[in-house]
Design a binder for this molecule. Structure first.
Ligand code: PLP
Length: 370
């Protein structure tokens, strides 16, 4: 079967086509009802999403970065507190810390998984007086939560999961978002579960956390116009996005399976001496991104552009090297984080990709002459 390769990483128009008429019907209902923020749609989605993740609570917020900030504030992280995280995850955790005024303590990644290096985290916990840890499930792969939690338990350090790329990923039948004291989700349109705009949520099993998150997402209110909690702000999930997410949630497992299938096909088809393909796809790696590695990335990019194959880099600049952060973190150098930022390259991977499209991308990669 001959197909053109996708010339973008995602195809959201294709993704939403099947549900278009149901989405329009949901919008019509909302417009008739005339209630747009913190209403029944949001409450229904929160309870569905909590049930899906296997947590007692899910609280809608405006986006994934806010989810991280609000979760950390709900733990009690304050200005100046050191928080451990990786620097290869797009800068969202760093942005959340900057909003609080907390200090990032960057931990290198395990080159096999690109998630937190547990040994490096152990060293940091021993010496760093770490207030909290952000564990990012990068590219759809769960961070090693059992190892991380058995370590942090020794220091009573709370762990917040960044689940923005790993909706539905699980290990031992326990889903992303149910391991740490809080799970932070983004429903940005390209995520495994995506709204038609910005949206996010925080999951937790802790009723005190849930209460604090509810206050923090709405000005620090305990009740209307009663501001009792510092650090509050406006970060709510609106009814329209909640309705979209509620309609899509039943399809998430199916979409994840389709992404994993695309990744497995790539693994079977891509064969090139200068390209390392990722592995480990399955329940604990839901293929949010298919990220290969090469030492000659510029050359591969030129080749893919010539063949009109979409690609992306997740992510090109470690957080501590970002111009805006240089004055705060001038001395940080992490071996694998720095190395991998120059080697990673994402290929198109979305649930609706056809076998022919996957084959066309794989053929283009295999034809590359370094
Ligand atoms: C997308 C993303 C976020 C942030 O989500 P927004 O909704 O865009 O704020 C956080 N962490 C990771 C790993 C992400 O991929």
């Amino acid at each position: 079967m001959l197909s053109a390769p996708p010339n973008t990483l995602n195809d959201l128009a294709r993704h939403h086509r099947a549900l278009a008429s149901e989405l329009q019907a949901a919008f019509a209902t909302l417009i008739r009802r005339g209630w747009y923020v913190l209403g029944s749609e949001g409450a229904e989605f929160e309870s569905s999403f909590a049930a899906y993740c296997g947590t007692r609570y899910a609280l809608g917020v405006a986006n994934g970065t806010d989810a991280i900030e609000i979760a950390l504030r709900a733990i009690g992280v304050e200005g100046g507190d050191p928080v451990a995280l990786t620097a290869n995850a797009g800068g969202y955790g760093t942005a959340a810390l900057a909003a609080i005024g907390a200090r990032a303590v960057y931990i290198d990644v395990d080159p096999a998984t690109l998630t937190l290096d547990v040994a490096a985290l152990a060293t940091s916990l021993k010496h760093g007086n770490i207030r909290a840890v952000i564990a990012t499930h990068l590219y759809g792969r769960l961070a090693p939560m059992e190892e991380i939690l058995s370590l942090t338990r020794q220091y009573s350090t709370p762990v917040v999961e960044d689940c923005a790329q790993a909706h539905g990923a699980s290990h031992l039948n326990q889903r992303a978002g149910s391991w740490g004291v809080a799970g932070c989700f983004s429903f940005y349109p390209t995520k495994n579960l995506g709204a038609l705009g910005d949206a996010g949520a925080v999951t937790t099993n802790d009723s005190g956390m849930a209460e604090r998150i509810k206050q923090l997402r709405q000005y620090g209110w305990q009740s209307k116009y009663q501001t009792t909690r510092r650090g509050g702000r406006n970060s709510r999930l609106d009814e329209l996005q909640a309705a979209v997410l509620q309609l899509q949630l039943p399809f998430l497992d199916h979409w994840n399976a389709a992404r994993i299938e695309v990744a497995q096909q790539y693994r079977a088809l891509i064969s090139h001496a200068d390209v390392i393909v990722p592995d480990g796809f399955g329940p604990n790696h839901v293929a949010h991104l298919f990220v290969v590695r090469t030492q000659h990335r510029d050359s591969l990019i030129r080749h893919l552009a010539n063949r009109k194959v979409g690609y992306g880099i997740h992510y090109p600049i470690p957080d501590y090297r970002q111009p805006a952060n240089l004055t705060d973190y001038p001395e940080v150098r992490l071996h694998y984080t720095d190395l991998l930022a120059e080697q990673v390259l994402s290929l198109p991977c979305f649930p609706e990709m056809t076998d022919g499209e996957v084959a066309a991308v794989a053929t283009a990669v295999n034809d590359w002459v370094v």
